[in-house]
Every structure is written in structure tokens, then in C-alpha cells.
Ligand binder design. Sequence first.
Ligand code: LLP
Length: 431
Amino acid sequence: MISSNLVNNNGILYFNGISVLDLVKEYGTGMYVMDEERIREKCRAYQDALHKAFGNNAKAYYASKAASFKRIYEIVQEEGMGVDVVSLGEIYTAMKAGFDLKDAAFHSNNKTDEDIRYAMEHGIGCFVVDNKEELDAINDIASSMGKKQNVLLRLTPGIDPHTFAAVATGRVDSKFGSSIETGQAEEMALHALTLTNVNLKGFHCHVGSQVFDSDVYIDSAKIMLAFIALMKQKHGFVTEVLDLGGGFGVRYTEDDPYLDIAKEIERLSVCIKEECASHGIAVPFIAMEPGRSIVADAGITLYTVGTVKRITGYKNYVSIDGGMTDNPRFALYKSKYTVYLANKMDEENDFECSVVGRCCESGDIIQENVKLPSSVKRGDIVCVCTTGAYNYAMASNYNRIPRLPVVMVSHGKSYLAVRRESLDDIVRNDL
Ligand code: LLP
């Protein structure tokens, strides 16, 4: 099974100890289901590995864009992690969950004055500053509030992360951050040091998401540490914090490699310590911002089959009661998923089909070239694996389809974390 919490029990799929058919009976479909223990396990994998390598001089910040709702912020706070937020919506959700914003870092390449003021008023720990306009705006707003605001500068180390283009961010020509190679990073840092109401704590980079090549992290750490050494030697600036951005890639199909978070962090930490020693600089506080690898494989989506269309000699379609509105990742990135027929796990998967949604467009596809049992029919339950990250978070109301609920499973019991949107929710803002 692609996900460790899925088991075939006499032909029925069980998720973290519960029959998915029982979940379907209780909550209906489509629905996202998430495994609370798995989320906690992944939080601990990052936190423990970072602490083992760097003691208290390191911390993981959950990149909440991967899945943002109140319960997630409660869980990561209980696990001692910080959070990375990118909008007032995420900040507000975190606050509503009782998350202490001093442990939050505010990203985004275009923060409005309103964003900056709101975050500062609510005691955001740190801004990850993308550009000069933002830096100046933070300085002005902090000055008007009589504050000195902690900031990190987002830099681009000029690395190709070998992931799909839409989520690659570390190259010189990226829309994010300032490039080290062009000298813009140094200019930004020197400018920050002239400002009286910002406190430059250090530097951030994020080279991309769904990265499997661990050398990418090592190479970007080396480039960032060389920059940190240059800032010390040339300008006498001591960097307190180095934030290395998002986490490691996750397995969506049997073809994806398996990365051991603890081993990867151990390897990275050896490199960081060696580089610091060779540059003659102290090891800065190390931050990481995993999102996908915290929640992706803790989640599945369950749907009910509505129609099975056999176009003899051409193609087969299995339509489900969901689609690109709850999982736009195939439409956007051609993302691969593992799909099971959850109530017929003992039957042979000999029927090739596209699993498609019910939006009014042909691109509304969950997955192509799926193999399901040929007996597949209306009323069967489809399980799409590894949907915990960037699914609920990217859901829309296209075609006025209500968003799905998020059900959590913990210690053999289920509870609702996000309720299903109602038709009234759909017209809530219409005047
Ligand atoms: N830090 C920064 C600054 C980021 O931009 C991201 C992801 C992360 C951390 C978390 O990266 P992760 O650990 O999740 O790889 N919607 C796309 C993914 C977009 C990722 C954006 N930034 C998808 O569905 O694949």
C-alpha cells in the first residue's frame, strides 16, 4: 500500500484502524480523511532530527499553505513547531486556533501595507522579506508603531531543484527573493542594516517543493553559508538565523523514492557544521519549513462512483462525486496519485480508466491510466491516496460545488475537523 496507514482487510480498505466504509456511512462522500497520529509522527521526525543535530539551535516551522484549518495549527503547536503563514487568512486561522504568533513567520512576495500592519499588530514573530519595497514598508510601519521588527531576507541561491516548474523557486530568475549571484542579496542586506526599525536576524531560501534530490538542500545550504560568511568578513554582520525552506518530497506512487527525514537532516547537518567550520563562522539557528511531508501521506480522499462510461475501442471513464474542485493537482501539474477501489480490494485491477470529476470541463481529471476492478459500478468507493497536502488547501467552489469536509482519525476514532460546506455557504456572500 502506498500509505503506511492503509490496510486491505478482507477486501475492504482500512485507514488507521477504521473501515473506510464506516467513515463513508458516518460522513458521506466526497471527504478528506486525515490521520492525526501520522501528522504528529511527521512533526516529530523533523523536530527530533533537528534537535539531535543542533540541540535547541533549530526549529521546524510547518508550512501551513499545505493544509490550513484550525485543528492543524493546534496539532503543530502541541508538537512544539512554529508555522509559516502566507496570508492574513492563514494568520487569522492560526490565531483562531490559539496559535502563538510569535512562533510564526510571514512569507509572500507581495505583502500589502494592510497585511504588514495586521501581522505586526498581532505580534508576528518574523517577516520573511521578499523585496526592497516590502522591507521599507515594514520599517515605516514598525516605526509608526514604535516597534523594531525581526526579519529574515529571502534569497535565491540559484539552484535548479529538479522538480516541476510551477513549484521551483530557487533559480536566479524566480519571482521570489533576491539573487545572491546578481549581488542583489548583498544590496538588500546592507539596506536592511541601515533601517532603524527592522532587526535583520538572517536569511531564508526555498528552492522548490516535492524535491527528492537531497543534494539540492546540501548545495543550497553551502551557497547560503558562503553568503553568510561573506556578510561577516566583508561587512562584520553576524547572521543569527538560516532558514532552509520547505521539506522533502513525498511518495505519491510506488515509483517515487522513499526519503528518510531523520537521515536526510543528519546528512544536511554534517554539511552545515563542516561548512561553518571551514568558513570560520558559528553555526546559525537552523530553521526548516516542511509542509507537504507533514500532511500529504496522512491524508486520503474518499469518493463515490457515479457513472462508468466505456467508450469501446477508445477509453473508459469513472466519474466520482468530486474532482478538480477538491483536488486540482492533476489539472495544474499532471500530478500522479495512487487510486484504489476501497470496497473491492481483493479483486483484480484489470480495468484501465480515467478517474474524473463532475465539473463542466474535460480537464477535470483526478488521475489517468488508473487500474480498477472491471466490476466497478455506481455506489463503489474510490480512495485517492496521499491527498493531505495541497488538496483541501487548494479547493475551490468552481461550478458552485461545496467544499468537502475534513475528518480526522485518531486512535481508532473519527471526528470532524472541517465541516462540509452547505448550499447556504455557497450563497453566503451574494447580495
Ligand atoms: N517554504 C516556502 C517559502 C514555500 O514556498 C513552500 C511551498 C514551503 C516552505 C513548503 O514546501 P513543502 O515542504 O510543502 O514542499 N501547490 C503545489 C505546491 C506549492 C508549494 C509552494 N511553496 C502542489 O500542489 O504541489
